[in-house]
Design a protein around this ligand. Structure first.
Ligand SMILES: [Fe+2]
Length: 201
């Protein structure tokens, strides 16, 4: 299996193939990654409102244990498409995604996205004081944009939930920070394990 492109385009699920083609059009016309991600928001909104994809996601495996399903990585532009499947009541860690831009689109169930800001003077190595600034509720069709180094946490809802994530680059090998709210410790570490997952017809 080619880890960069889990499914050959010929038998890839059409709704995913269309999504990829629309993203490639955006990336091909604009060299600014942040701008591409802004433009991709509406494209992801359309994807996560697709009733067939929602039905299809009913048997996707749980990604608990810091895993992501890896649906696609674009070899030319580097963006990656992930899915996450959260268990009911899942407690997410406070973290950033280093230099990656991320769009979260809820496909099924509900989740919330907590955003934090640093309130310390950044003078202590490995230490950060953060405070929550907002919580946004995610429901099917809702998409949130998380810019590079933004501190946040994704929390599960009452039931199982599924989200599609568009990242400006593949995570997993990139060092990201986790923030301990009690001690203030910053814990650098690898991102979520990337589990190749084919979406075919
Ligand atoms: Fe995140």
């Amino acid at each position: 299996m080619n880890v960069h492109s889990p499914a050959p385009s010929g038998n890839r699920l059409p709704v995913l193939q269309t999504f990829i083609e629309e993203l490639r059009e955006i990336w091909g016309a604009d060299p600014d990654i942040g701008s591409c991600m802004e433009k991709a928001r509406g494209v992801l909104e359309k994807l996560v409102r697709d009733p067939d994809l929602k039905t299809r996601s009913a048997d996707w495996p749980s990604t608990e244990g810091r895993k992501n399903l890896l649906l696609y990585v674009d070899e030319e532009y580097g963006f990656a498409i992930n899915a996450v499947v959260r268990v009911p009541g899942r407690k997410g860690s406070v973290h950033d995604h280093a230099h990656a831009w991320v769009l979260y689109g809820v496909l099924h169930g509900s989740e919330s996205l907590e955003r934090y800001e640093r309130i310390d003077d950044r003078s202590r190595e490995g230490f950060a004081q953060v405070r929550m600034t907002s919580v946004s509720q995610g429901a099917p069709g809702k998409v949130d944009l998380v810019p590079p180094f933004d501190i946040h946490a994704e929390q599960g809802g009452e039931g199982r939930s599924v989200a599609i994530i568009l990242r400006s680059c593949r995570l997993g090998d990139i060092t990201q920070n986790q923030y301990d709210l009690e001690t203030g410790a910053i814990r650098p570490g690898p991102g979520p394990s990337q589990i190749p997952f084919e979406l075919t017809v």
